[in-house]
Design a protein around this ligand. Structure first.
Ligand SMILES: *Cc1c(COP(=O)(O)O)cnc(C)c1O
Length: 361
């Protein structure tokens, strides 16, 4: 059976080790969007709250509502809220990032209709990633009218586009300069200024001088930090395994799988594993790009990845029915597997579908 084991003690190790990289007053925003990077939002969120995370953060409103429904009461930021479900966001007391003038207007209208004031919000500013965020002009307009909004401004933040790049990085320096200047502008406008934050996981490692009041950490909690030296301080928390459901031998010249994706170069032993692209193992891993580990030996995925299964070549491995196959673990990491297909651990982890059973240790 295919299962994703999650080691909450390793999560605690990562949390503590990341937290040690910040000062004792720095707030920790633990990012659990996309089902905690595919690893099970509820259990991971509960553990992070018990470890002392100051905020949880999700991408979308419905993800925050699911956490509330599971009984999680701590402050929850929503990075990318949308106007269609603002009332649901408010009813769940989630804290939105306000990222455009249009959203500020819609959000403030919804609060006024409910006669709510002092609602906790965050401002997301664009400093060069050019994805989402208030422009410098939007921010100036907001500050000029700030008394008219029913908001309690918790924090002002921006997001780096290349925080893992080697220093000095002129692009990041430009983003930082813009952030420092908007920070000064906001500080002037408030007698008690909000919190300021800029860095994600890679930035925690690469830019200790720019942690400001809080860090927003996602992938690091799950054991990766986008650079080998930084990865060493962390432990991948997930282990994905499956087991052989059928073994058969094929003669030289016979094909395996759809569209004859693999032709046996000699008489070969094939193992079938119940995990496929519907589980998050992309077709890009087919044709021997990816593989699994059986008794410590590498068994390449042969032919095309099917929806529910992959076939691996085990000709050189002495294995039997029901034998465990490791897709990734602390030793054979998600990062290494992702790299083989030209992608990143973020994508491989978040693609793991709900069909895979999550088991927390
Ligand atoms: C996802 C996200 C993060 C977390 O990034 P990691 O690289 O996983 O640490 C931080 N900030 C924002 C705005 C995000 O969307």
């Amino acid at each position: 059976m295919t299962q994703l084991q999650i080691d909450l003690e390793k999560l605690a190790h990562n949390y503590n080790s990341l937290r040690e990289k910040t000062t004792s007053t720095t707030k920790f925003i633990a990012v659990v969007k996309a089902n905690a990077y595919g690893q099970g939002a509820i259990e991971i969120a509960q553990k992070l709250v018990s470890l002392g995370a100051d905020w949880l953060a999700v991408a979308y409103t419905e993800e925050g509502i699911a956490l509330r429904q599971a009984g999680i009461k701590c402050p929850i930021m929503v990075f990318y809220p949308q106007s269609e479900n603002i009332n649901r966001l408010i009813d769940a007391r989630l804290e939105p990032a306000l990222y455009s003038t249009a959203f500020i207007t819609a959000f403030s209208k919804a609060l006024l209709a409910k006669e709510i004031t002092d609602y906790p919000v965050h401002l997301k500013c664009n400093t060069g990633l050019n994805r989402i965020g208030l422009s410098a002009d939007d921010l100036t307009h907001f500050l000029a009218k700030k008394e008219t909004f029913p908001f309690k401004l918790q924090s002002v933040y921006s997001h780096l586009g290349a925080s893992e790049n080697q220093k000095p990085c002129p692009f990041t320096q430009k983003q930082v300069q813009r952030f420092l200047s908007l920070k000064a502008q906001v500080e002037k406008a408030f007698s008690t200024p909000p919190l300021f934050h800029l860095v994600n996981t890679s930035g925690i490692f690469n830019y200790p001088e720019y942690h400001f009041d809080a860090v927003r950490c996602g992938i690091g909690l799950y054991g990766f930090a986008n650079q080998a030296d930084w990865d060493k301080t962390l432990q991948p928390i997930a282990r994905l395994t499956t087991s052989i459901i059928q073994l058969h031998s094929v003669e030289k010249g016979e094909s395996v799988g759809y569209n004859q994706g693999w032709i046996a170069p000699q008489k070969s032993q094939i193992a079938v594993l119940p995990i496929g692209h519907a589980d998050g193992i992309s077709r890009r891993f087919g044709k021997e790009v990816g593989g699994v580990w059986i008794k410590g030996q590498h068994a390449p995925i042969i032919g095309n990845v099917c929806m529910d299964m992959i076939m691996v070549d085990v000709s050189k491995i002495d294995c039997e029915l029901h034998q465990t196959a490791v897709v990734f673990d602390a030793e054979h990491t998600t990062h290494q597997l992702a790299q083989r297909a030209g992608t990143i651990s973020y994508e491989l982890l978040t693609a793991l579908s709900p069909r895979i059973k999550r088991v927390t240790l």
